[in-house]
Design a protein around this ligand. Sequence first.
Ligand SMILES: *Cc1c(COP(=O)(O)O)cnc(C)c1O
Length: 396
Amino acid sequence: MIPVNEPLLGKNTLKYAADCIDTGWISSAGSYIRRFEDEFARYLGVKFAITTTSGTTALHLALAALGLGPGDEVIVPDHTMIAVPYAVLYTGAKPVLLDVDRETFGLDPDAVRDFLKKECRFDGRRKILTDKRTGRRVRAILPVHLFGHPCRMDEILALAEAFDLRVVEDAAEAHGALYYPGGKKARAKMAGAMSDIGCFSFYANKILTTGEGGMVVTSDPALAERARRLKDLAHDPVRRFRHTELAYNYRMTNVQAAIGLAQLEEIEKFIVLKQKMAAAYVKGLAGIPGLVLPEEKAWARNVYWMYAVRVEPSFGMSRDELMKRLKERGIDTRTFFVPVLRQPLFADDPEYAGLRCPVSEMLAETGFYLPSGLALTSAQIREVCTAVKSIQKSGR
Ligand SMILES: *Cc1c(COP(=O)(O)O)cnc(C)c1O
């Protein structure tokens, strides 16, 4: 079986992890935590990085640090991993689910603009944006850089500026992805480092892994301080074990940070592998009718977390049929996400019933990803390409 994903671990992984065990520093105290955070911040070009237990808790921590709560709303893409709307709900706020861009799969700034201009009322003097339908206050936009390609951030950041909204990036699938503001490569910014606060996951299938883990990044000292406090039970800085507010235990272990540090040393090598994988897939799959390959916009570096393709009717076979035939040949694939509005949790909620995001639905029906792991070999990629071609030829 060619697996859809298999991680590659950095060469110092065992050495650093063994160091934690040899020295007994296996909980969240220990030097690897700080080293991993400092190196990650430096890699991203931000001032602060704060480790967490997962991408999900990183998202929750970021939203909690911004002070979001009941009566607030956060704009979230409809096509994303469920942790994104969950994190909004954990704070007591509600997600506003908007459609995604059909080429980059990220939150569509046109949908955001429409929502802000048509569905909201903006009191420019008091800087209060109200969702006319729900009466709640819209406080933030949460773009997700899906499958390794950055969102159209210039437009999202301009809208946030115009309506006084905070921006939280979910870069869980986009470690090392670059965005070129104004299309200028010389001004390249890392995904996750373009807004108030960015979030990462280090789950085993992500580009950089610690097994389970996550990170919040920011250059705002107040937000960093808030996030550090909330992730560690909000001990009173003067009197430990005295607590004045509700907080969480989202502490990563030193062993995970040691694994993370070893990964980070090789991340640019991992990204080169991802880009070689994409080039090999283009070579093997370009020109097949009805098979839409992922793009890399001129204003971005796509890190191809997953090689995400779509099957259109001219392919001659449905996406599900193609996936089934690939499976028969020992090739594992995965569909795109189930749209958030189609999740029973939302579909059964009268507030969300009847809302639609057509692009998100189209992606859910036609999209899937091919084997994309860092351990994938060129021979395996050729085998996948040959299989896709011959399945299409042998047809319906
Ligand atoms: C993986 C992922 C998360 C959640 O990360 P976990 O570490 O699994 O909690 C959040 N958002 C996106 C877009 C993801 O892909």
